[in-house]
Design a protein around this ligand. Structure first.
Ligand code: AMP
Ligand code: ZN
Length: 468
C-alpha cells in the first residue's frame, strides 16, 4: 500500500510502526455550529482510509478530537446567554448524528480538549523546562527558532515567514521573542472559561490540544496524522514542533491531507458564508449520496460541490443498488444447487474486480478508480448473472458488490426493515383512502407500490403484500 506523505511530497510504501496495527489521528472540528459539508470531507475520506486498512487486516486505533474550547464557541455561548459547555455538547451531539448519517464510524476515541487540560499543562511545563517555551505575563509561547526543523512539513522558509509576519510585532504582539512564536497557554479574559495553571488562570492554545491527545491515546510516535490541507500550516507544523521537542521522537510517520471541498471554485467555509451544513443536505438527499459524491474524486484533488454532481452521484448509487436488489431477486429464483464448474471459473472473473479495487486503493486510496472497479463488477453482474445460476454463485456476486461498497462505507443493500415499514404505512394510507371513498388515491398507492415491485392482495383477512 502506498500513501502520499505531505512531508516528503512522495508516495511511500506504508509500513506501520507495529506490524498489523495502525495508529491514526485525525484533527476534528471545532464545535460551535452544525458541521458543513467541507468539514465532512476529511471525516468521510479518513473513515474510508480506516475502513480500507481494516479490510487489509490491520487493527486500527483511530482517534479524532472535538475542539470544545475556542473563541468561536465562547462567542456563540455569549450570543445565546448559555455556557460554552452547553454549546459544545450540543454540537458534538449533532455532529455525531451527522456522522452516523454519513456512515462514518465512531472513532476508537473521541477526546475532548477540555477533558485533557492536565496533560496540556504537563507538556507545556516540559517544553518550558527544556527551553522550548517561555512565559510572558501569563502567556506561554513556543520558541520556534529553537526547533531547527520548523517548517519541515509545510516546506516553508522561516526567513520568508518571519519577514511576512513582521507586522505582527507592531500590532500588539510585541511580547513575543519572534513573530513566529505561537501560543501554548493564554490568560483568560473576563467571562471566559478558564483553568488554573502555573502561569495564569487561562486556557490552552489550539495546537497543544492535538499534540497532547495524540500522545495520550496513541503514544509518542504514531503512523498517520491527518486533516484538511488548511491544517498543514500552522496547525500541523506547530504540533510537530511541540511533540518532537517534548518527546524527542518523530511525531508522525505519514502526514495525509485532503484537498478542499469548494463551491463555485472557492473553499467552502464558515467565514465566507458559502456553506451547506450536512443537516441541510440531508433534507434534500440521502447522505449516502453525499458520501458517494465525496469518494468520486481523489481525496487530494479539489472537489467542486454542485447539484449536477450530486444528481450524478445519486444515479450512480442507484445503479449499484438496483444491481444488488436484482441479484436478491435472482437469488430467490435460483436453484438451491452448489456452484457448477463453469461458475467456479466465473468466480475468478468476479474476484478480478476485487483485485482491481484493491489495486486502486493501494495507490494512495484512489477511491475514484475503486468505484470504477465496482461499476465493472455491477456491469458484469447485470449481463452475466441469470436465474439459471446456482444460489451459491448469485450470492457470491451479490456479496462481493456489497462488501466492496462497505469498504467505502457505501451501503449497497437497501435496509429491508425500513422498506417494510414504508410499505405498511402506504397500505394503511390506502385503506384510509378507500374508507373515505378516495379511490383515485387508493389506486395511486397501489400503482406506486407496484412500481417498486410490491403486489397487493385484498383478501378476506385483510390486505396482504408480496414482492414481485
Ligand atoms: P475546522 O472546524 O475548521 O477546524 O475544520 C475541521 C476539519 O475540516 C479540518 O480538517 C479542516 O481542514 C476541514 N475542512 C474545513 N473546511 C474544509 C473544506 N472546505 N474542504 C475540505 N476540508 C475542510
Ligand atoms: Zn489538530
Amino acid at each position: 500500500m502506498r500513501v502520499y506523505n505531505t512531508q516528503t511530497r512522495k508516495k511511500e510504501e506504508f509500513v506501520p510502526l507495529v506490524p498489523g496495527k495502525v495508529s491514526m489521528y485525525v484533527c476534528g472540528p471545532t464545535v460551535y455550529n452544525f458541521i458543513h459539508i467541507g468539514n465532512a470531507r476529511p471525516m468521510i475520506v479518513f473513515d474510508t482510509v480506516r475502513r480500507y486498512m481494516e479490510h487489509k487486516g490491520y487493527e486500527v486505533n483511530y482517534v479524532s478530537n472535538f475542539t470544545d474550547v475556542d473563541d468561536k464557541i465562547i462567542a456563540k455561548a455569549n450570543e445565546e446567554g448559555v455556557s460554552a459547555q452547553e454549546i459544545s455538547q450540543r454540537y458534538i451531539a449533532e455532529c455525531k448524528k451527522d456522522m452516523e448519517g454519513m456512515n462514518v464510524k465512531p472513532a476508537t476515541t473521541h477526546p475532548l480538549a477540555t477533558q485533557e487540560i492536565d496533560g496540556m499543562i504537563e507538556m507545556i511545563s516540559t517544553l518550558i523546562e527544556k527551553g522550548y517555551a517561555y512565559n510572558v505575563n501569563g502567556t506561554v509561547y513556543f520558541r520556534t527558532r529553537k526547533f531547527g526543523e520548523y517548517g519541515k512539513l509545510s516546506h516553508k522558509n522561516l526567513d520568508d515567514l518571519r519577514a511576512g509576519n513582521r507586522s505582527l510585532l507592531v500590532t500588539g504582539e510585541d511580547q513575543k521573542e519572534d513573530p513566529l512564536d505561537f501560543v501554548l497557554w493564554k490568560p483568560k479574559k473576563e467571562g471566559e472559561p478558564f483553568w488554573t495553571s502555573p502561569w495564569s488562570d487561562g486556557r490552552p492554545g489550539w495546537h497543544i490540544e492535538c499534540s497532547v491527545m495524540s500522545k495520550k491515546y496513541l503514544g509518542e510516535e504514531i503512523d498517520i496524522h491527518a486533516g484538511g490541507e488548511d491544517l498543514i500550516f500552522p496547525h500541523h507544523e506547530n504540533e510537530i514542533a511541540q511533540s518532537e521537542c517534548c518527546n524527542g521522537k518523530i511525531f508522525a510517520k505519514y502526514w495525509l491531507h485532503n484537498a478542499f471541498l469548494n463551491i463555485d471554485n472557492r473553499k467552502m467555509s464558515k467565514s465566507l458564508g458559502n456553506f451547506f451544513t450536512v443537516r441541510e443536505i440531508s433534507e434534500k438527499y440521502d447522505l449516502q449520496v453525499l458520501r458517494f459524491f465525496m469518494l468520486s474524486a481523489h481525496y487530494r484533488s479539489p472537489l467542486n460541490f454542485s447539484a449536477e454532481l450530486m444528481e450524478a452521484s445519486g444515479n450512480a448509487l442507484e445503479r449499484i443498488r438496483n444491481a444488488v436488489s436484482n441479484l436478491k431477486y435472482l437469488l430467490d429464483a435460483a436453484a438451491d444447487a452448489p456452484m457448477t464448474e463453469a461458475e467456479q471459473g466465473s468466480l475468478a472473473d468476479v474476484k478480478s474486480f476485487e483485485a482491481k479495487f484493491d489495486e486502486a486503493m493501494d495507490d494512495d486510496f484512489n477511491t475514484a478508480d475503486a468505484i470504477a472497479a465496482v461499476f465493472e463488477l455491477v456491469k458484469y453482474a447485470n449481463t452475466n448473472v441469470t436465474s439459471e445460476n446456482s444460489k451459491a454463485f448469485v450470492a457470491a456476486v451479490r456479496d462481493e458488490i456489497i462488501s466492496l461498497c462497505d469498504i467505502l462505507g457505501i451501503i449497497a443493500e437497501e435496509k429491508e426493515e425500513l422498506l417494510d415499514e414504508e410499505i405498511e404505512k402506504l397500505i394503511e394510507e390506502r385503506q384510509a383512502a378507500r374508507k373515505a371513498k378516495n379511490f383515485a388515491r387508493a389506486d395511486e398507492i397501489r400503482n406506486q407500490l407496484l412500481e417498486k415491485g410490491i403486489t397487493l392482495l385484498d383478501t378476506r383477512e385483510g390486505v396482504k403484500w408480496k414482492r414481485a
